[in-house]
Write a protein that binds this ligand. Structure first.
Ligand code: ZN
Length: 90
């Protein structure tokens, strides 16, 4: 009778312990996911420079919105070249 009750209490503690461990793992996963997000969202996205045809990360690119479209360039030189070419065409 007493041993049965002790076993019952032991199982409650065991389940409580497992529950705490699972909670800890889930909290650790959430922290990892939060840390990963900002690194993958913008820095790994590649954009094309329409002037010299090179690909570069969005963070390093210069952007220009021309006639409703956004263009990206590796340098100010390329951006100026694009603008002068676009103006001569129209
Ligand atoms: Zn360029």
């Amino acid at each position: 009778m007493i041993s049965g009750l002790l076993r019952f209490i032991f199982y409650i503690f065991l389940f409580y312990f497992i529950y705490q461990v699972i909670k800890l793992f889930q909290a650790a996963k959430k922290i990892k996911a939060k840390r990963k997000k900002p690194a993958t969202s913008s820095s790994q996205m590649m954009v094309k420079d329409e002037v010299c045809q090179t690909y570069l990360p969005l963070d390093e690119a210069l952007s220009l919105t021309y006639k409703g479209q956004t263009y990206y360039f590796c340098s100010e030189k390329c951006r100026q070249k694009f603008l002068t070419e676009a103006k001569s065409k129209s």
